[in-house]
Design a protein around this ligand. Structure first.
Ligand SMILES: Nc1ncnc2c1ncn2[C@@H]1O[C@H](COP(=O)(O)OP(=O)(O)O)[C@@H](O)[C@H]1O
Ligand SMILES: CC(=O)OP(=O)(O)O
Ligand SMILES: [Mg+2]
Length: 403
């Protein structure tokens, strides 16, 4: 069975086509700048990359059409006809309290995703466009949705409630939801396999440090607490997101700088984090380069970024009464030895000892970077959200008799 995995953002669409018999990626790519005059389509299959500018990809329906054209292209394609796409799986960032697991798309499911637009205005409308675009281009093909929030639905109220009047939860479902759950779920299982210990015995802290970044306390295989909140803004400092701050700053900024609510929202999501403090970039690589070239602001930004992660690890070790393993994953977590060492430097009180040489080694496999006598294992585990989405889609389609 061939499963197409789609992660749609407001102006982009990433895709991977899997052959689920052998769980291999047949092709992958992305369409960027959807809705603008020229869009960019990057596609890779059988080791052959192809990037082209395409004019007038004005919406997701056209974007998907172009992707399907590439998948069946004579030179760059891997399918003879689009009928060879058997199912489509979508990443959905916000599933609210309605979705504790992945489901097949039905009219009711679509209605519920639409109802959640308010809770994730940046993400869910784009995902919905992806679902509709697939319906238009591949009307007969079953679709599944896999939620970032689903894995975190096991959090107890003590972790997910905010200390504000109950009416906000009862009436508006204001609570911590948590994100990156698909990644945390995948990486936790890999960590358990790597350590040769069942998840039911393990206390893990998973640091998913990519564009968006979060820490999750995984207690006996279940999400116990996580740093992102009602939206993906809370918690760690990120590339352009502030993470935690005193909520009084919001009203203060509105008053002092005469900002509108939308402007404050945009400031905290798009103009804060590493970018704001370093004054250079929201990309860790560029911040590190500036730091090495003597920028004090870049140094401050990097240290704040690492310190926030370290504080969350400490907090979760306290809330689980210890940790067995610390796991780094996603773009920064997998690739920046410097960040990992900066974070771990202050964690020796946990009995954690990093092996500097192993930390510097590179690999695309799960690996340990702690010393043999470290009381806490430190692992680097490459995440693969797309594979988990493909697996869930495959399972749901096979389980459902009418498909
Ligand atoms: N060698 C590296 N050192 C530091 N950061 C890196 C490195 N390689 C990639 N990154 C970071 O990874 C981020 C992307 O992570 P990723 O998990 O792919 O994010 P997303 O899925 O949210 O797009 C980029 O912002 C980049 O800063
Ligand atoms: C939820 C979120 O922040 O996702 P991403 O890391 O893909 O931006
Ligand atoms: Mg990501």
């Amino acid at each position: 069975m061939n499963v197409l995995v789609i992660n749609s953002g407001s102006s982009s669409l990433k895709y991977q086509l899997y052959d689920m018999k052998i769980e291999s990626v047949l092709a992958k790519g992305r369409v960027e700048r959807i809705g603008m005059e020229t869009s960019i389509l990057s596609h890779e299959a059988e080791g052959k990359p192809e990037t082209r500018e395409v004019s007038e990809i004005l919406d997701h329906t056209t974007a998907i059409k172009k992707v399907l054209d590439m998948l069946t292209h004579r030179e760059f394609g891997v399918l003879r006809t689009i009928e060879e796409v058997d199912a489509v799986g979508h990443r959905i960032v916000h599933g609210g309290e309605s979705f504790r697991e992945s489901v097949l798309v039905t009219e009711d499911v679509k209605l519920e995703i639409r109802r959640l637009f308010d809770l994730a205005p940046l993400h869910n409308p784009a995902h919905m466009m992806g679902i509709t675009a697939v319906e238009r281009n591949l009307p007969e093909v079953p679709q599944a949705v896999v939620f970032d929030t689903a894995f975190h639905q096991t959090m107890p109220p003590v972790s997910f409630m905010y200390a504000i009047p109950m009416v906000f939860y009862k009436k508006h479902k204001v609570r911590r939801y948590g994100f990156h759950g698909t990644s945390v779920d995948y990486v936790s299982r890999c960590a358990s396999d790597f350590l040769g210990r069942p998840l039911s015995e393990l206390k893990l802290v998973v640091c998913h440090i990519g564009n968006g970044a979060s820490c999750t306390a995984v207690l006996h295989g279940k999400s116990h607490d996580t740093s992102m909140g009602m939206t993906p803004l809370e918690g760690l400092m990120m590339g352009t997101r502030s993470g935690d701050l005193d909520p009084a700053i919001v009203t203060f900024a509105i008053n002092k700088e005469d900002l509108t609510l939308n402007e404050v929202n945009s400031m905290l999501n798009k103009h804060s984090g590493l970018l704001a403090v370093s004054g250079v970039s929201g990309d860790v690589r560029e911040v590190v380069e500036a730091m090495n070239n003597g920028s004090e602001n870049a140094k401050l930004a990097f240290e704040m970024y690492a310190n926030r992660i370290r504080k969350y690890i400490g907090a979760y070790a306290a809330s689980m009464n210890g940790i067995d393993a610390l796991v780094f994953t996603a773009g920064v977590g997998e690739n920046s030895a410097l960040l990992r060492s900066e974070v771990c430097k202050g964690l020796t009180f946990l009995g954690l000892a990093l092996d500097d040489k192993r930390n510097e080694e590179r690999s695309d496999q799960a690996r340990s970077i702690s010393t043999a006598d470290s009381r806490v294992d430190v692992l680097v585990v490459p995440t693969n959200e797309e594979l988990l989405i493909a697996r869930d889609t495959y399972r749901l389609v096979r389980e459902t008799p009418h498909t």
